[in-house]
Ligand binder design. Structure first.
Ligand SMILES: *Cc1c(COP(=O)(O)O)cnc(C)c1O
Length: 463
């Protein structure tokens, strides 16, 4: 299995190489050259399997010969051993025909643990085999950073630097990044918003001299291995609700388009998914684009669902690549327009292709709070604000013939203020992290400046 860039102008890589490098050298994102298929019989055979076994069968064809069967299976087992629920991604019912996929039972209480825990295992295995060391730099709106730190803390072959927007993440998110004591963990509070963090990260990757000198590796949702790990729970959920003999729809609270893109890959692999519904907060570039074809960036307005406070949705490039018939030149041109003019217009044909798979909806702050309260009173579920946005859009857009699965992307205790404001309940942290508020914090405040960041990283890894 080989991986190609969405901009058509970077070396073709193996799974392991694509995982270790993150962003392609032409600025594009790696995607598989072709999509492996799961037959009706393959999907039926998932009924009753463990999450780990499902993960092995779904991901195996994408990994090629980067890991042997035995090693890969072992890495999957280790990745999910620290989860607080035996089903890993349990489904609960909210209403007739509407189900919630709880993706918050990992060590940092958000769905990002599904990919990050596995990536940590795969990096460690690949790097120790190669006798190499890497510097991981990630940008986060909150949850990626804590998930990455949790997955890489204490690993001998990795330094991990996380850029987060100063003052714009929740206290639990910040503490999960600033309280680990391991020397290889560096939490950097950047003076700017998430898009600034993401832009500086991209700049570092495009500065090849720096990139090569520190052996930069990326674990943001642009990393293909992360998308791949997230494909699994679409299969596990759909199989438990009757796939392949029934169509299933999914609603996904969306920011960087990584999670929902994994659902799109599941569909391309043969999973009978009817609709994929993008749910956004007031930062609604994806909703506007899927409705009108205009992808135009706006300023980011901070919200009570901070992990979705995004205006430039990195993974959208991957689906554009398909919508433009895998024409890398066309994608590169759109991305140039985005960089120079702040936006682009999707062609009529590409928009039609996108609308065949995706619907979208946008939820205001008031509606989000109202849904947290409504779900608590009428659905028996205390939702985090991101998940509430998903449930709200799903309730409005679902048809009542096809089962709807909404992805619950974080535990309510990760966003206690908003949940308390809406419901009057302050959700407690699970026992295993109950002392989070007492641990001491360690962070470095940094300017929104590429050169300063690069110097800091070089100094830290030289120590
Ligand atoms: C990251 C995150 C999202 C958005 O996921 P994308 O893959 O960026 O679309 C939604 N909710 C929570 C809680 C998150 O951490």
């Amino acid at each position: 299995m080989q991986y190609i860039s969405t901009r058509g102008n970077a070396p073709v890589l193996s799974f392991e190489e694509a995982m270790l490098s993150g962003l392609a050298r032409d600025g594009g994102l790696y995607v598989p050259e072709s999509i492996p298929q799961m037959s009706v019989a393959d999907i039926r055979a998932l009924h009753g399997q463990s999450y780990e076994e499902t993960a092995f069968r779904v991901m195996r064809p994408f990994v090629g010969d980067s890991f042997s069967d035995e090693v890969f299976s072992d890495l999957i087992t280790k990745a999910y051993a620290g989860f607080g629920h035996g089903a890993r991604a349990p489904l609960v019912q909210l209403a007739p025909g509407h189900f919630l996929l709880e993706l918050f039972h990992g060590p940092t209480l958000a769905f990002k643990d599904f990919a990050m825990q596995l990536i940590g295992q795969m990096f460690q295995e690949a790097l120790s085999r190669r006798g190499e060391r890497v510097t991981i730099v990630g940008a986060t709106s909150g949850d990626t950073g804590s998930a990455a730190i949790e997955a890489f803390r204490g690993l001998a072959s990795v330094d991990v630097f996380i850029l987060y927007p100063h003052g714009r993440v929740s206290e639990v998110q910040r503490r999960q990044m600033t309280t680990p004591v391991e020397d290889n963990v560096h939490a950097l509070a950047l003076e700017g918003d998430f898009d600034d963090c993401q832009a500086r990260l991209k700049d570092m990757f495009n500065h090849f001299e720096f990139r090569d000198s520190v052996r930069l590796a990326g674990v943001n949702s642009i990393n293909w291995a992360r998308v791949l790990a997230q494909v699994v729970y679409y299969f596990s959920a759909a199989a438990s609700l009757g796939a392949p003999d029934r169509q299933i729809s999914f609603t996904v609270p969306t920011g960087n388009f990584g999670d929902i893109f994994a659902g799109y890959i599941a569909k391309r692999m043969g999973l009978p998914i009817d609709r994929l519904i993008v749910a956004t907060n007031q930062n609604d570039i994806l909703h506007r684009c899927l409705s009108s074809g205009d992808y135009v960036t706006d300023t980011v307005t901070p919200s009570i669902s901070p992990s979705m406070d995004i205006q430039v949705s990195s993974n959208f490039e991957r689906v554009l690549f398909d919508a433009y018939g895998r024409d890398g030149k066309a994608v590169a041109q759109l991305m140039d327009e985005l960089k120079s003019g702040g936006g682009f217009r999707v062609s009529q044909g590409a928009l039609q292709a996108l609308q065949e798979d995706f619907d979208s909806g946008r939820v205001s702050e008031e509606q989000t709070l109202a849904m947290i309260q409504h779900a608590n009173q009428n659905m028996g579920e205390l939702l985090c604000p991101h998940s509430a946005i998903g449930v709200d859009v799903a309730e409005k857009l679902r048809d009542h013939r096809t089962p709807m699965v909404t992805l619950a992307t974080a535990h309510p205790a990760k966003f206690p203020d908003a949940v308390h404001q809406a419901s009057g309940i302050r959700p407690p942290l699970p026992n295993r992290m109950a002392d989070l508020y007492e641990r001491s914090e360690r962070l470095t405040q940094v300017p929104n400046d590429l050169a300063a960041l690069e110097t800091l990283i070089q100094e830290r890894i030289a120590q």
